[in-house]
Design a protein around this ligand. Structure first.
Ligand code: C2E
Ligand code: CA
Ligand code: CA
Length: 850
């Protein structure tokens, strides 16, 4: 019996020397020399050459057609060496038996390219086996084969020889890998008893037959060979059957692996176990947001340095994944070419099976199986076939894994841009911040596309999608490499900056703003990429994704009013809290008359006659004091309550107008109309009803509209302006010059009047260019037949300039600040000296002294 010792495990330096491959061999040689040589020295005498040759041939056949039994790392090899030994000992004596068996062993092991240390080890053990058997047999001298006592002694000799060789192998294992344990002794016990009995029985029978006639060989030799072949075939069939079962079992195992690295490892381990390989590597190409992956399953614990499988230029891998190739390739040391040997050397393997994997995306992955654990038996065609059938299951398992990965990926990525979504961002933030709570620094920047809704409304979704893609690309390009860029909802993005402090994050946000401030070609137009940024940072502003994101959101709101980049500050929170409260209190504020109106006179430039008053809303809040209209008109628009506010103001304005009429004063009132109101389908009916309710003629009402409506398709396509106009009231274009409309666009709308925005008027007295703008507006408006009002007139220089330009009406602090009802009454009285007129008297003109 021979044993191929296991590969060298890595052990401590002290025992490393002991465990060198030559140590067991040296031990065997020394033992053989000490015990064997004296034992066989006596048996050196001439023997018939044909008998020696017969024993040699028998031994060779026994060695070349052995029965291998694999058990994990070890392989036991059984042969009919016992039979040959019986014949040899009896016919040619121990010395020639040693010679014949050694030559046979050399030929056999050389043929299988055993390492030299193993050959020498096995030679030494052979010599010991024969020597011990010879010693035992010497008790029965002279050997007479027809005597049953000889048979018993022969059996004892073989048992002793088997015992000695088992012990030698055990010592070898103990030296290289530690004591072999009870399993070893149990596994060798059966063959150690059985084979000597069989060998003795058959050997004695053959010798007895040969004593009768040499012709007996004609029967005996074929019979022995046939039995041998039968055993071999049975062993192979058993192995194949076991393999089919294993592949089936394998399929079941890999079907249910998890879609992660552990799952891949399970697949690799399953392949490794099935092929009883030393290690199995599985390499997969990058998929979605995953890097290429290499998992290695190996028999021992340590993960080896292992390069081949992830190198696309590796010879074996290249061959295996070649689409023209026919499945797994096998490269082994005995027949390796120079290049192949180098590829094997890189892996420190003597045999490699490489096979292609096909992923869900149709790309090639690679599976590699290295070295059978047993180094006697090598991979054979059956293993290649088994690997081939396993591949189907491996492919299916990997595709299923990738499908699950895809589903998971889709769940936390934005479909349009492919960026992580809000949910994923939150997970990433929490993962980052939870490593060292309260310590880790990270910056979070929210970026919002200001013109996103405008682009969607005017150019459609395809265009705004394009704009989003461009923006995503810009952010990704200009964000630092370690940043995570995510897409939130609508036109909002986020950039997570691990490791950055608040100031560093602010700098990064400003860099992003500058880098992204560009024009992009979208839907055939050059559009600005207008981004506003809000900045928050951990740990200063919070250390959970929830607070950090909420604070970046608050900062973003502030960003809109502070030049594009704003950082979170607790005051901002209070502001948003205030907004929230104002929103919920709006309704009750109107009911409780916290919300009122003031009136600002508008006078005729030439005559200084008061021609109209503009109604401006005011909110005297019990806690916040006077809340300016800019703070709650936009809010009312956002929460859909602007209609109610408009009705409320209109009511107060017309009521005031009605009272003047009752006093015989025909003073027209102006009311501001938010662009959102024009979209309300019942607006015209409500205005008509309000005029009727207060008994005021349409001609005494002016509605001030903002410029946005000019470019608003829905307003342009509706008849709302014409319908309002048809009520007899005037339409005035407010804040002219701040929007995008041109005067020619105004021509298409039923507008009567134009108000030059106060931003141009306020600077007129000092700036030439501002007064130039005002002058142009006046001229062009007159050409279109529109009246012109200048608002924001604060000084006489401005008033005189406007008068000289021919501006029709003036409004501003120079004339009067907006006044509450009672003070307006006094103001009028002071300038006209008239309180009220007798009913039915003609309306009086009111004069304003300036
Ligand atoms: P606006 O329609 O342009 O109103 C004129 C604003 O200019 C008023 O501010 C007024 O107080 C201010 N103003 C008047 N004369 C001068 C001046 O000589 N110098 C300066 N520096 N400012 C002057 P206010 O009342 O704060 O209103 C702000 C804006 O709020 C208004 O701008 C208007 O757009 C909006 N608003 C006010 N009331 C209402 C309303 O009832 N409904 C709607 N939809 N919007 C309103
Ligand atoms: Ca106005
Ligand atoms: Ca205005």
């Amino acid at each position: 019996m021979t044993l191929a010792e296991p590969p060298m495990p890595v052990v401590t330096r002290v025992t490393a020397l002991l465990r060198r491959p030559w140590t067991p061999t040296a031990f065997a040689v020394v033992t053989a020399a000490a015990v064997g040589v004296p034992a066989i020295r006596d048996s050196v005498h001439p023997a018939s050459w044909w008998a020696v040759c017969a024993v040699l041939v028998g031994a060779l056949v026994a060695d070349l057609v052995p029965l291998h039994v694999e058990r994990g790392r070890q392989t036991w090899t059984f042969s009919f060496g016992d039979l040959v030994m019986v014949v040899g000992l009896v016919e040619i004596g121990p010395f020639w038996t040693v010679v014949a068996r050694s030559v046979a062993l050399l030929l056999a092991l050389g043929h299988e390219r055993y390492a030299l240390n193993k050959v020498v080890f096995n030679l030494a053990v052979t010599m010991l086996e024969v020597a011990v058997a010879g010693l035992v047999l010497s008790w029965a001298e002279p050997v007479r084969i027809e005597r049953p006592t000889t048979w018993v002694v022969l059996l004892l000799a073989l048992l002793a020889s088997a015992g000695v060789s088992t012990c030698m192998v055990a010592v070898a294992i103990a030296i290289t890998a530690g004591p072999p344990g009870r399993d070893y002794w149990r596994a060798t016990l059966g063959p150690n008893l059985l084979l000597p009995m069989l060998g003795t029985g058959v050997g004695v029978t053959i010798l007895l037959l040969l004593d009768l006639t040499a012709w007996a060989l004609v029967i005996v030799v074929p019979l022995v060979v046939a039995v041998l072949l039968f055993f071999r075939q049975t062993a192979r069939t058993n192995r194949d059957r076991r393999r089919v079962e294993q592949v089936y079992d394998f399929a079941r195992r890999v079907e249910e692996v998890s879609p992660d690295e552990a799952g891949l490892r399970q697949i690799a381990s399953a392949v490794r176990e099935l092929l009883n390989a030393d290690r199995v590597a599985l390499w997969l190409p990058p998929y979605l947001d995953e890097e290429p992956r290499l998992v290695v399953a190996r028999a021992g614990e340590a993960e080896p340095w292992y390069e081949g499988p992830s190198d696309p230029d590796d010879l074996i891998r290249r061959r295996a994944v070649d689409p023209r190739g026919g499945g797994p390739v096998l490269v082994g040391t005995p027949r390796a070419s120079g290049e192949e040997a180098a590829a094997l050397q890189r892996r420190q393997a003597s045999e490699v099976l490489g096979a292609p994997i096909v992923t869900a995306a149709g790309e090639y992955g690679y599976l590699e199986v290295c070295d059978r654990q047993s180094d006697v038996v090598s991979f054979e065609s059956g293993d290649r076939a088994a690997l081939d059938s396993m591949l189907t299951h491996v492919n299916a398992a990997i595709r299923q894994q990738q499908l699950l990965t895809r589903i998971r990926y889709d769940a936390d990525h934005d479909a349009l841009t492919g960026l992580p979504n809000r949910q994923r961002l939150a997970v990433e933030i929490d993962a980052l911040l939870s490593t060292e709570p309260g310590e880790v620094r990270a910056g979070l920047v929210f970026a919002s596309l200001d013109n996103y809704t405008d682009v969607t409304d005017t150019l459609g979704h395809a265009a705004s999608d394009e704009l989003l893609l461009v923006t995503a690309g810009l952010l990704r390009e200009h964000a630092p490499p370690s940043a995570l860029v995510a897409r939130m909802e609508g036109g909002q993005f986020a950039v997570l900056l691990p490791g950055l402090s608040l100031p560093a994050t602010e700098r990064a946000a400003r860099r992003l703003r500058d880098a992204a401030a560009t024009r992009a070609r979208v839907a055939g137009l050059d559009l600005d990429v207008l981004l506003t940024f809000g900045v928050a940072a951990a740990p200063v502003h919070g250390d959970t994704s929830g607070t950090l994101m909420q604070r970046a959101d608050v900062a973003l709101l502030a960003g809109h009013s502070s030049g594009g980049v704003a950082s979170y500050h607790p005051v901002l929170d209070q502001q948003s809290l205030r907004r929230l409260q104002l929103g919920t209190e709006l309704e009750t504020a109107m009911a409780e008359k916290q919300i009122t109106v003031v009136f600002q006179p508008i006078v005729d430039t030439r005559t200084s006659d008061i021609v109209s008053v503009e109604t401006l809303v005011r909110w005297a809040h019990p806690r916040y004091g006077n809340v300016p209209p800019d703070d709650f008109i936009g809010l009312a628009e956002q929460i859909g309550r602007i209609g109610a506010v408009t009705d409320y103001v209109l009511d107060l304005a017309l009521e005031r107008c009605r009272r003047w009429l009752d006093q015989d004063i025909a003073l027209s009132v102006a009311v501001n109309l938010s662009a959102k109101c024009l979209a309300e389908p019942d607006l015209v009916d409500r205005v008509r009803a309000a005029l009727r309710r207060h008994g005021v003629a349409g001609s005494l009402l002016t509605l001030e509209l903002t410029e946005g409506i000019v470019v608003d398709d829905s307003v342009r396509n509706s008849t709302v302006l014409a319908d309002l106009h048809a009520l007899g009231l005037r339409l005035s274009m407010d804040d002219f010059g701040t929007g995008y409309s041109s005067l020619s666009q105004l021509r298409q709308l039923p507008i009567d009047e134009l108000k030059i925005d106060k931003s141009f008027v306020l600077g007129m007295s000092t700036s030439q260019s501002e007064s130039f703008i005002a002058r142009s507006i006046v001229e062009l408006a007159h050409n279109l037949g529109l009246r012109v009002v200048a608002e924001g007139v604060e000084d006489e220089v401005t008033r005189d300039l406007l008068a000289e330009m021919g501006c029709d009406k003036l409004q501003g602090f120079l004339v009067s600040r907006p006044l509450p009802d009672d003070r307006l009454e006094n103001w009028l009285l002071a300038r006209t000296g008239v309180r009220s007129a007798a009913p039915g008297a003609p309306h009086r003109r009111l004069f304003v002294r300036s």
